[in-house]
Write a new protein. Structure first.
Length: 255
């Protein structure tokens, strides 16, 4: 039976006392009896072990690796926009939605392509790291049948919109190797939590993306869905579920 995701955490209280999305979401996870923080487990404290994941969920049926988009990581994207955009439009930068500005500048399409490539590089880095860390976690804890999930948190970097990040995660997770196997086959789910753009007047946005073989993990899939809805209900946001066979999506995002 799935554990309840009820009012174990008061998200409004967390927002007042914990500045970062990472801190708030970590507190939410640690409050759940069904979640184990790997860093707090004795087996994970060996200096000789390879990098492993962050959390184990649902009787260790799911391995979660968490990544946070930081200001430092996005510096190149911000520099790119400031370097490429016409100076007469710069006074709007930081006060209006970037995509609205780019629609007005002559080289807006070129800048968008550059941002798309930068987002691809960043998310590919996350996926590669998570692939190794999830695999190492399965070995360390002897969990060959567990599902893997990449959790990406974006609190402040508005250049990386939910549309861009969702599309790139979908594309990357569907890539195959020359032998036909999935390139990121042990990442069965990706969860993007973004607080950068308004959607229906709310900043909190959860986007759950299924990998190509997510249907093999029906129990994990149901659990993750409840986990995400629990967080969303606490924070007053909404959830978008992107199935593996869905080729297009409409986030209806605005700032």
């Amino acid at each position: 039976m799935l554990p309840p995701f009820s009012d174990t955490v008061d998200c409004s209280t967390l927002a007042k006392h914990m500045e970062s999305l990472e801190a708030r979401f970590s507190t939410y996870l640690r409050s759940l009896d069904s979640v184990e923080d790997i860093d707090r487990l004795t087996i994970a404290q060996s200096n000789k072990r390879p990098p492993i994941g962050d959390y184990l969920c649902k009787q260790r049926q799911i391995v979660v690796e968490q990544k946070c988009v930081t200001t430092k990581q996005s510096a190149r994207i911000q520099e790119l926009v400031e370097r490429k955009i016409d100076p007469k439009y710069l006074h709007f930068y930081g006060t209006r939605e970037l995509q609205d500005i780019l629609k007005q500048v002559p080289n807006g399409e070129e800048i968008n392509k550059e941002i798309y490539r930068a987002a691809t590089r960043l998310l590919e880095k996350y996926l590669k790291q998570a692939r190794g860390q999830i695999e190492s976690t399965k070995v360390v804890f002897d969990l060959p049948l567990s599902a893997g999930m990449l959790l990406v948190l974006n609190e402040k970097i508005t250049e990386l919109s939910p549309e861009i990040m969702t599309r790139r995660l979908m594309d990357k997770m569907s890539e195959t190797r020359p032998d036909g196997s999935w390139r990121f086959g042990n990442i069965n789910f990706a969860l993007l939590i973004s607080e950068t753009h308004l959607h229906r007047g709310l900043h909190h946005r959860c986007i759950l993306i299924e990998g190509p073989d997510a249907d093999r993990f029906r129990v994990a899939k149901k659990y993750i869905d409840r986990l995400v809805k629990g967080w969303s209900s606490l924070c007053g946001g909404d959830v978008l579920h992107v199935p593996a066979d869905q080729e297009s999506f409409d986030l209806d995002v605005r700032k």
